[in-house]
Design a protein. Structure first.
Length: 154
């Protein structure tokens, strides 16, 4: 979208007419989002997040263990087998409970395969969070360049 004008307290943006400030911001955010997601980086980040979901059933886990395993964990264990690290490193897993479905549990490990399998989705989430922050920043900046002083966000 490229055309921006103001008339009678409303805005025109990219062929859309009579937009109040809130709708203008929405359409700018849609525009910035469409411009942002053009590379393979975001697809890889989504695959990394998905690969970390505990979708595969695993028999023989203990009672307190998180059910299932992920594709990332299964593949890394297959490739890295019993390679050990010299120190324990932290890993994070999604460990939902009825009281808190967003619970994250930190587990220390010396196995390289375990560390890798649990870190791949974390890296995906970091990339996607950075995308959201960048899209938000660019949207607010573009919006503030267009609107009148009283309609600016900050």
């Amino acid at each position: 979208m490229d055309t921006t004008e103001q008339l009678g307290g409303t805005y025109f943006y990219g062929g859309l007419t009579n937009l109040p400030p809130g709708e203008l911001f929405f359409w700018i955010m849609v525009d910035v989002t469409a411009e942002h997601f053009t590379g393979a980086k975001d697809v890889i980040a989504a695959v990394a997040v998905y690969s970390g979901a505990n979708l595969l059933t695993v028999p023989g886990k203990f009672g307190g263990a998180t059910k299932g395993t992920s594709y990332a964990s299964k593949f890394s264990r297959k490739m890295l087998k019993d390679t050990m690290l010299p120190v324990k490193l932290p890993t994070w897993i999604h460990s939902p409970t009825q009281a808190n479905p967003f619970r994250i549990k930190k587990i220390m490990t010396m196995r390289l395969a375990t560390f890798t399998g649990r870190t791949i989705p974390v890296i995906g989430w970091i990339i996607l969070a950075a995308d959201v922050a960048q899209i938000t920043y660019e949207s607010v900046s573009r919006y503030n360049l267009i609107v009148r002083k009283e309609d600016k966000l900050w």
